[in-house]
Design a protein around this ligand. Structure first.
Ligand code: 3PG
Ligand code: MG
Length: 372
């Protein structure tokens, strides 16, 4: 794989595809790991004398987090240019000097991003750009123009974030890996169900339990609303849960306070926010025995300090494990920051969710294939 060491970037125009996708809270984004690590690649390119154009996405069209890249630019302390392939951008590129950096607007504003090929997005940059750098490992599972089409038309290489991810992933012994699968996107987890032992947390654990016949009453309606069509995953779980360990108790939210109930005490009128103490104990025993561990997504709602106990306890136990540990997903990164467990205690902390999971499931990632 070619990297930033492979070329001389001095005075060259570099199109850098970064993953700056951030959580949006009431229209605002905040400094986070993805922005922090991306800024290191940017700094290196600047130092090498490149003229850098950053291209990135935020959210998905139609969703609340689908906003412009203006705030990202301000956190990264780079110039924001309003547009992706318009006159503004043309002028800004023409004016770039050695070491300058601009961030263009949300690439998902263009329909061409979703229809890869030699489209208007690619054609716009032909003749303006010398190199394409892909630093967005976490988007490499998407067959989107900025990921798979640019490498066909420009000299290309991996950025430091992508390079680091790929190098770390080569180190895991997948056969002996314990999977701890949680987070807010349960559908993807099915790809990892099979021979390996799984501890099911987050929404995924609840869906596994429903599939096993547990009744959560009114909470199921809430879950359906939260998950949308991913709720339908339940029917695909049948027959696949042989190696899956599910929670035996849960913490619910009673007027903001934490209260725990055994599985047998459901359905009740409360909303589940975390796994309970007994489940934490059970899962810790499994973590102690594991030779390698992959944790995907938090066990509960980490934005609320009363309900991070499960996630923090799991991360602490994993940090003590002697096997190689891999932590994945943006939300777990935030949880790590909150829990103050040093990152060096883990084999690798990935900034990727879906792409990482597919990689572990043995799928080829279109973005990595395109770089070959
Ligand atoms: C992510 O946040 O996982 C990446 O930025 C990819 O986003 P996507 O799932 O909307 O393609
Ligand atoms: Mg994601």
């Amino acid at each position: 794989m070619k990297t930033l060491d492979s070329f001389n970037f001095k005075d060259k125009v570099v199109l850098l595809r970064a993953d700056l996708n951030s959580d949006v809270v009431r229209g605002k984004i905040f400094p986070n790991e993805r922005l922090r690590v991306s800024s290191e690649t940017i700094r290196e390119l600047k130092k090498k004398g490149a003229k850098v154009i950053i291209l990135a996405h935020q959210g998905r069209p139609g969703k609340k987090d689908f906003i412009s890249m203006k705030q990202h630019a301000s956190i990264l302390k780079v110039k924001f240019v309003d547009g992706v392939i318009n006159k503004n951008v043309e002028t800004a590129i023409a004016n770039l000097k050695k070491g300058d950096v601009i961030l263009l607007d949300n690439v998902r504003r263009l329909k061409e991003e979703f229809i890869p090929g030699k489209n208007a997005l690619v054609k716009f940059f032909i003749g303006k750009v010398d190199f394409y750098v892909n630093d967005a490992f976490s988007v490499c599972h998407r067959k989107q123009t900025s990921i798979v089409s640019f490498p066909k038309y420009f000299k290309s290489c991996a950025g430091r974030v992508l390079e680091k991810e790929v190098k770390a992933l080569r180190k895991i012994n997948l056969k002996k890996c314990l999977y701890i699968l949680g987070g807010a996107k349960p559908a993807d987890n099915i790809k990892l169900l099979g021979k390996n032992k799984v501890l099911a947390t987050g929404f995924f654990g609840q869906l596994c339990l429903i599939s096993r016949g547990i009744k959560f009453g009114g909470y199921e309606k809430f879950l359906k609303k939260m998950l949308g069509k991913e709720f339908g995953v339940i029917k695909n779980l049948k027959g696949k849960l042989g190696n899956v360990l599910t929670p035996i108790d849960y913490a619910v939210n009673v007027n903001g306070k934490r209260k725990e109930f055994l599985l047998g005490e459901f359905p009740n009128k409360y909303i589940i926010y975390d796994i309970g103490e007994k489940t934490i104990g059970l899962f810790k025993d499994e973590i102690k025995k594991a030779k390698a561990i992959y944790v995907k997504g938090p066990a509960g709602d980490c934005s609320n300090k009363n309900f991070r106990k499960g996630t923090v306890a799991i991360l602490k136990a994993v940090s003590k494990s002697k096997g190689f540990s891999l932590i994945g997903g943006g939300h777990l990164n935030d949880a790590l920051n909150i829990s103050k467990i040093p990152r060096e205690k883990f084999g690798h902390v990935s900034l990727s969710g879906g792409a990482l999971l597919r990689y572990l499931a043995g799928e080829k990632l279109p973005g990595l294939e395109a770089l070959k």
